[in-house]
Structure formats: C-alpha cells, structure tokens
Design a protein around this ligand. Structure first.
Ligand code: GUN
Length: 288
C-alpha cells in the first residue's frame, strides 16, 4: 500500500491563514510585526532563501528589512548592525542567514542578538531553554516538522523517533523537540555503523543529512512516518530529498515529498516566531 503524503504546501497555507489573523490583530493595536534579516556574502542558496523569507513576510503583513554585507565585511560591522536592531522597536525578530563566511565566529554573532528577538532560536540561551523543555523560540525547521506531525495526528508520546543528522539547525533541536513530546529518541548520523538497524526500528524517522536518497525502502519500518528534511540537486537538475521517495512511499505510512514537504514549513514557522515575538512585546506593554 502506498503511504499517505504529508503535503507541506497545504499545511503551510493553512498555518499562514490562521496566523494572518494574529498579524491583523496586532496591527489593529498599532503593532506591525517586524523582521530584520542579515545576509553576508552572495551564496546563491542563501540569496534565494532570504528573498523567499522577505516575500513571505510581505504576504502575511509583516514588516521586513534586509541588511546586506559583502563577503569580506568584518564581524564587527555585522555586530554593530545587530546592536542597533536590538534597540529598534520596529524590529521584533532578527535573523542572520547561515552559513556565515569562514572568518566569522557563528556563536559570537548569534549570541549578540537579543534573546527575545532570536526568532531562529539559535542563541545559546534559547538553545539551553530548548534543552530544559522550556523553549522560547523553537528553531523553524524542526518546529515545522512538529506542526506537520500534529496536523496529521501522528502520535509522538511513547513512539520511537530516529533522527538522522546532528546539525544545530535541524538534527539536534529536532531530537529535543521530539523528546519534549514524550518520544524515545535515537540520534544517528550519515556515518552511523549499520544505520539501517536503527532506522528500521523507527516509528517516526526524520532525515536531515544532505545526502541524496540515502534512505531506501529496506531501511524503513512498514507503516512508519518518514519526514525528509533534505533538499539535493541531482545532476539532471531535479530536486530530491535524503529519502528515496519512490521506493519509500511503498512501505511508509506517512511520508513527506521533496519538494513540497518540509521546505514550505520552515519559512512559515519563521513568520510564526516573528508574530510570537511581537505579541510578547504587546503583552509586556499591556502590563506596564
Ligand atoms: N540557513 C539554512 N537554514 C537556516 C535557518 O533556518 N536559519 C538561518 N538563519 N540560516 C539558515
């Protein structure tokens, strides 16, 4: 039997429609949510991601601004910009597009963002909050995965979740968020010995390795929920995930396609985090 497809585009559309009402509500009260995006250098993928983030902001009614720096800008220039944005009342969320050039120290840049404006959830304080189960901002991609699971009524508590990938952006926060919801979590990497012996035991399998089609049908437990975070370009120009979709869909219970799966959710959750940041400001004003 063929798996049920988890359609990220449709879910992202539903979430954006729901959250647009919250934007309208804030605007009525005189607060327009604002997002600042910083991009250093001209990495083509980052340029496209940033363009899409700005477009998504505009569509939902969030004010946005982009601060562009050349690839040989100094870290201090970027830190100065973040300092000003931290004090700017029009800005509720600040995002530094990654990767940064090699002469930057990621942690120094990210920890210069005010924790209450860190809509990526990458600040060390916010990472700590996530570890203790009290997330302030959930990192956007794993947050999007959690929403996809919820919208498809995939139960998490007591289930065995296997995350393949250990990045700070996806793998690690994904494992923590599943753990917080009561899953039994195993974290693997693309180099894990006998990877299939782990993945075949997964009720929920999340793959974020950046290796095209590395998870094949034989590595999947029949009926499992398979979430593919990967996006890879094949030599023929086509996009594919880290899961071999064609074979995997014959064995999985639920599966996300690439493109049209997790991708549309990441930007959606960035919008949600920016709206949450603005709502918190409004609540604080209300309390004064
Ligand atoms: N680069 C790839 N994914 C992300 C993300 O979620 N946030 C930021 N800031 N940079 C990224």
């Amino acid at each position: 039997m063929s798996a049920q497809i988890i359609d990220g585009k449709t879910i992202a559309g539903q979430v954006r429609a729901e959250w647009k009402l919250r934007v309208d509500n804030l605007i009525e009260k005189g607060i327009t949510p604002g997002l600042a995006v910083l991009i250093v250098g001209d990495d083509p993928a980052s340029t496209i991601y940033v363009r899409n983030k700005i477009k998504a902001c505009s569509n939902i009614g969030i004010y946005s601004e982009v601060h562009r720096f050349s690839g040989n800008a100094s870290q201090d220039e970027v830190l100065d910009c973040i300092k000003k944005l931290n004090r700017n009342e029009k800005i509720h969320g600040i995002l530094v597009q990654l990767p940064l050039p090699l002469h930057f120290k990621n942690d120094q840049v990210i920890t210069s963002i005010a924790t209450e404006k860190d809509v990526d959830g990458f600040h060390l304080y916010n990472v700590g909050a996530l570890v203790t189960g009290n997330a302030i901002f959930s990192p956007c991609t794993p947050y999007g995965v959690m929403v996809m699971l919820e919208k498809n009524n995939v139960s998490i508590e007591g289930q065995h979740a296997v995350v393949v990938g250990r990045s700070n952006i996806v793998g690690k926060p994904m494992a923590l968020m599943l753990l917080a919801q009561g899953a039994t979590v195993t974290v693997c990497t693309s180099k894990t010995k006998n990877l299939a012996s782990f993945t075949r035991n997964a009720d929920i399998l999340v793959v974020a390795t950046g290796r095209a089609k590395m998870i094949t049908a034989e590595m999947i437990k029949p009926g499992a929920t398979v979430i593919d975070v990967g996006i890879n370009r094949l030599p023929d120009g086509k996009l594919c995930g880290d899961v071999d979709f064609e074979s995997a869909k014959e064995i999985a219970g639920y599966i996300t396609p690439v493109p049209g799966g997790v991708g549309p959710m990441t930007i959606t959750m960035l919008l949600c985090n920016t709206i949450i940041a603005a709502e918190r400001v409004q609540t604080n004003i209300g309390q004064v």
